[in-house]
Design a protein around this ligand. Structure first.
Ligand code: KG4
Length: 355
């Protein structure tokens, strides 16, 4: 294994991300200075199928990964020789898609004789806020809401976090995507609901807020069924009003639990991450509620919420500094959990009210 380099503010990391339908590469210096971040989205290739097709995603990554890395280097004005380490997403994600990034990262690290750093995609989402606000105050509570996960975490410092709660069924993004498909209002579903909701009335239907005052876990499948039943019974209902009411119910639960966790854990900052953190209502509600109670708020820019490689390079920088490089024998791990050292603590006992 290549000896660990000195990791400091001049250390340049190439980040590579291919876990789902975005082919991304980024050059980040010192863990927070984004010199370039290139994201090539495959939305058009998957749109006609209404969801990501794994085989199409893998093939597209194969075609795009080299040009995307070259563009990241060119935009940053960085020579390949200037790269100090290569960080890559090893999971969670689609196996065929992950393998493309992992293979390219290994080859690049080997050819340049630089260390390779394996990055957990979920952990990387936690670093997106640090890219926009390097002086983020800890401890923080983080709500990580994406297409595959809904996690509430407390974070004491970069790399040190504890799981407070998670969804017991659908992820928040998954609910957005399924309801958008059901309402037939566009793909990808989250942004489509966001747009429709801005035109609709969020008070037109009072959808259920599951487990609102019950611990830190989440449940969205009952809400999804309630929306579908409502539309089937009321065929003349305006989809903009349904979208707005559905979004209001999701955001109400997410924001309420996030704020309660912030109070309970004595957090100084409240942080959002993951694709759903791009949602207009979620951002404004969390910003409003957190500021009213005197918390610092870190809302990553929309580009940093959705999948990108800058967060992979940032997480790689911290991982290299604190744990050293990974071996070239690493492989893709499609069902990777949020790292083995994550402890599920402070979790509410079932049925216990945490207000
Ligand atoms: O983090 P991400 O880009 O990919 C992973 O799942 O890892 O998150 C994608 C999810 C999708 O479910 C998408 O519909 C949702 O984030 N999303 C949104 C918005 N933008 C993306 N959901 C609600 N409002 C948005 N503006």
């Amino acid at each position: 294994m290549i000896p660990p380099p000195r990791v400091d503010e001049s250390t340049v990391v190439l980040g590579i991300e291919t876990s789902c339908d975005e082919t991304a590469a980024s050059i980040v210096m010192g863990g927070t200075d984004v010199l370039s971040s290139v994201v090539s989205s495959q939305i058009d290739a998957h749109a006609k199928f209404g969801g990501v097709v794994p085989e199409i995603a893998s093939r597209a990554h194969l075609e795009l990964i080299r040009p995307v890395i070259n563009e990241a280097l060119d935009t940053a004005g960085v020579d390949p020789e200037r790269i100090d380490a290569v960080a890559v997403t090893i999971g969670p994600g689609l196996i065929g898609a992950l393998l493309v990034g992992v293979a390219v990262a290994k080859a690049t690290a080997f050819a340049l004789d630089r260390p390779l750093v394996a990055v957990n995609h979920l952990e990387a989402h936690l670093y997106a806020a640090l890219l926009d606000d390097p002086n983020l105050e800890f401890p923080a509570v983080v709500l990580l809401v994406s297409g595959g996960n809904t996690l509430l975490l407390s974070m004491d410092a970069p790399g040190s976090y504890h799981l407070l709660g998670a969804t017991i069924d659908d992820a928040a993004g998954e609910a957005f995507d399924k309801i958008a498909r059901f309402l037939n209002i566009g793909y990808p579903g989250g942004p489509a609901i966001d747009r429709a909701a801005r035109r609709g009335n969020p008070r037109s239907v009072d959808f259920p807020r599951a487990m609102l005052h019950d611990g830190y876990d989440f449940s969205f499948s009952g809400l999804k069924t309630a929306v579908m039943n409502h539309v089937r019974k009321n065929s003349d209902v305006a989809s903009d009003d349904v979208a707005a009411s559905f979004e209001a119910a999701v955001v109400d639960v997410l924001a309420t639990k996030l704020m309660r966790a912030a109070r309970d854990t004595g957090a100084r900052s409240v942080v959002l991450g993951g694709g759903v953190a791009a949602n207009t209502l979620l951002r404004s509600e969390v910003d409003r509620l957190a500021r009213a109670e005197g918390f610092r708020v870190a809302l990553p820019s929309r580009a940093m919420c959705t999948d990108n490689a800058a967060m992979i390079a940032a997480a790689g920088w911290y991982r290299l500094r604190d744990h050293g490089p990974s071996g070239l024998e690493i492989g893709a791990v499609p069902n990777l959990a949020l790292v083995a050292d994550t402890v599920r603590t402070n979790r509410a006992a079932p049925g216990r009210d945490h207000r």
